[in-house]
Write a protein that binds this ligand. Structure first.
Ligand code: ACM
Length: 270
């Protein structure tokens, strides 16, 4: 690495389903011993509520305006603890009329900077959430450009590609992964877009018709597909690492290939 320019990280965390206040206390206990200044820290999908809601009634009991405020306040506290870092945290977002989005918020020291609603719903999520309508926007965090996508969005290369073509240098990726592919596949999302990716996953199990076993192994990739940090399969974990953002800004793979300029969109019309 040249001189490090920024610090990015993740918190791998295992919430108890529906126990928001308890989860917030445990999360703050987990990070308190590991705090260090950072620019961007990513938490899992549904980080403070758990994931496997039985039905919309159960989801609606936890998806209240008060709990959205508590999530925002918790992110602001994390931002303070991590030296003003921007925090990305997954949460269930009320959409009105008993409907919900699977969302993540981007929160800085002065409050909300952005929000993303998951586009590609996975499995039983289709019974609980509306497909996201925000599209793939990018946001400024200090002098960084950050994009967000949530869990199964990874399976659709267009998600990361759209963020990258819009200027994302870092893709924040909160997850609740149950399949074994993503942690390795993000190699390709990082490499093909020449971006940093932060996949913040959870551990533990929840019941939803059948047992869901979340797969941990949160991972940060660099723009050449190098693993810069990774977490264990089954334990909560905090990682913060140095990066050189110029590596993501350089889209020249070699002297003759620029990964964006060499695209041929006219042939990709399907
Ligand atoms: C997932 O999208 N939570 C697998």
């Amino acid at each position: 690495m040249n001189e490090p320019t920024h610090r990015i990280g993740f918190v791998q965390f295992t919430p108890v389903l529906g126990a928001l206040d308890f989860n917030i206390e445990r999360l703050l206990d987990l990070v308190r011993l590991r705090v260090e200044p950072a620019d961007l820290l990513v938490l899992p999908e549904m980080a403070l509520t758990g994931y496997a809601f039985r039905d919309k009634e159960e989801l609606g009991r936890i998806t209240t305006a008060e709990n959205t405020r508590k999530t925002l306040d918790t992110a602001a506290r994390l931002s303070d603890l991590f030296g003003g870092a921007a925090i990305v945290v997954g949460y269930p977002e009320p959409a009105g009329d008993g409907a919900f989005y699977n969302s993540c918020m981007l929160v800085g020291p002065d409050g909300l900077l952005g929000n993303y609603r998951k586009t590609h719903l996975f499995g039983a999520e289709k019974d609980l959430f509306l497909p996201g309508d925000t599209g793939f926007a990018v946001f400024s965090v200090r002098d960084l450009t950050v994009g967000m996508m949530i869990c199964f969005d990874w399976f659709f290369p267009e998600s990361a590609r759209t963020l990258a073509l819009r200027g994302a240098e870092i893709i924040a990726h909160p997850t609740n992964l149950v399949m074994p592919y993503c942690q390795r596949a993000m190699f390709t999302r990082a490499l093909e877009n020449s971006v940093y990716t932060i996949t913040a996953n959870r551990c533990g199990t929840e019941m939803h018709q059948k047992e869901l076993r979340f797969t941990g192994e949160s991972v940060i990739y660099g723009p050449r597909g190098n693993i810069l940090a990774s977490a264990p399969k089954t334990e909560d974990h905090v990682a913060v690492i140095d990066i050189d953002i110029h590596r993501a800004r350089n889209k020249n793979l070699n002297a003759r290939n620029h990964i964006y300029d060499d695209r041929v969109p006219d042939l990709y019309d399907l």
